[in-house]
Design a protein around this ligand. Structure first.
Ligand code: IMP
Ligand code: MG
Length: 176
């Protein structure tokens, strides 16, 4: 068990499981995007670590860029998504893979997708390390998924609790 600020967390997915799944996902993505020179758009901050682990395992031509959205305050979604960083202009005609740390309600991506579509990419897919299927409220389909988890708050591997815990090598779940 670990303590982060006022909360206690227990291990959920260990480092080896995470890296094994990421290895598989990277191979699938490499196959699917062979000769397509995909553009990865990483949703900061949480997805940076997952994105790095996937990206360095791709053995195809590919590019990466970043955007920043925010909808969470401490451990619950505020339901309002703010775009804190403009989208890059080089999206038009590109095969885009959005990289998220976790799809929870799906509101962040439901808000973000129309902005992206305005830039007329050739295609859009979603890669996410985690989903919480029972929390999903929007029609969002994750094409490249690491793990589906139950609807409990998690930290680690890039995900934070009030900005803490992103550096943890495994995923930890809030202790009830
Ligand atoms: P959504 O808009 O509800 O899908 O939430 C997506 C964003 O909320 C993710 O990109 C995360 O940054 C954050 N988030 C959702 N669930 C968790 C969690 O359990 N731990 C940490 N961050 C979370
Ligand atoms: Mg996030």
């Amino acid at each position: 068990m670990i303590q982060i600020k006022d909360k206690q967390f227990v291990p959920l997915i260990d480092e080896q499981q995470l890296l094994q799944r990421i290895e598989q996902l990277s191979q699938i993505i490499s196959n699917d995007y062979l000769d397509k020179n995909p553009l990865f758009i990483v949703i900061l901050n949480g997805a940076f670590l997952f994105a790095a682990e996937v990206f360095k395992r791709l053995d195809i031509d590919c590019e990466i860029t970043f955007t920043r959205l925010a909808s969470y305050i401490k451990t619950s979604s505020s339901g309002k998504v703010t775009m804190l960083m403009e989208l890059p202009d080089n999206v038009t005609g590109r095969h885009v893979v959005i990289v998220e740390d976790i799809v929870d309600t799906g509101r962040t991506l439901a808000e973000f997708l129309p902005h992206l579509q305005l830039k007329k990419p050739a295609s859009i897919c979603i890669a996410s390390l985690l989903t919480k299927p029972s929390a999903l409220k929007e029609n969002i389909n994750v094409d490249y998924l690491g793990f589906a988890i139950e609807d409990k708050f998690v930290v680690g591997f890039g995900l934070d609790y009030d900005e803490a815990g992103r550096n943890l090598r495994a995923i930890y779940q809030l202790k009830e």
